[in-house]
Design a binder for this molecule. Structure first.
Ligand code: ZN
Length: 229
């Protein structure tokens, strides 16, 4: 409920979410508009300790690094990540440097039809690779994994996990207790979930997503998982 963002955010953080993922959309890079920096700034005031993961689905992502850094409180040491899309820039290295200079973590995102070859040169420079598992722009879409009609993006996740083992790999779109098995199995460890968390029991969903990463991604036994959870 975007008119009650603070309460919804607190609810999912209390339910066990590690990170609050904020989808900023500009109506140009994606065919939808969500919210902008004053909203993030207000949210930060009310959630001083939350790790804010700002997913910039915008054209010209280099324009907003300073603005987002200020909104999230990067200079005060507040935890945040700035994720830009490779499709939106010709100079990813300059953006990465600008983000680093603010103290925020750096993420690079790719849409479903973008290949790893287009980012492999810069992967060593970032903290997180975000692989979109739906076309960005709208919530509630179905997951582009094995069995999807047009595109299975999980081989890209596996490729990054195999060649760049220390990176966080974030998957975004259609993640649920059902699709976590394949996503975590391919190597995703940062799981963005909207619909499945807010439409079901948030705590139950978050526990099942975390258990999925531990089991199918890290090979933990059920006994070890019960101890961790
Ligand atoms: Zn997102």
């Amino acid at each position: 409920d975007l008119s009650n963002l603070e309460a919804a955010s607190k609810m999912v953080l209390e339910a066990g979410a590690d990170v609050l993922h904020l989808d900023v959309m500009d109506g140009a890079f994606v065919p939808n508009i969500s919210f902008g920096f004053p909203v993030i700034e207000s949210l930060r005031k009310n959630l001083p300790d939350a790790y804010l993961d700002v997913h910039m689905m915008v054209a010209e992502p280099e324009k907003w690094v300073e603005v987002v850094a200020k909104a999230v409180g990067a200079a005060e040491g507040k935890r945040a990540q700035y994720t830009f899309h490779i499709e939106a820039t010709d100079n990813p290295k300059a953006i990465i440097e600008a983000i680093r200079a603010t103290g925020m973590r750096v993420g690079v995102g790719i849409k479903p039809n973008t290949t790893i070859a287009e980012i492999e040169e810069i992967i060593p420079l970032v903290d997180t690779v975000l692989v979109m598992t739906v076309e960005p722009g709208f919530g509630g879409q179905s997951f582009m994994g094995p069995g999807h009609a047009t595109n299975d993006v999980l081989p890209k996740v596996l490729d990054v996990r195999t060649r760049f083992g220390d990176k966080d790999i974030e998957v975004d779109g259609g993640l649920s207790a059902a699709t976590i098995v394949e996503a975590a199995g391919a190597g995703a460890n940062m799981i963005v979930a909207g619909s499945s968390v807010f439409k079901g029991d948030p705590k139950e969903t978050i526990v099942s997503l975390r258990a999925g990463v531990l089991k199918y991604g890290l090979g933990k036994t059920d006994e070890q998982i019960n101890e961790i959870l």
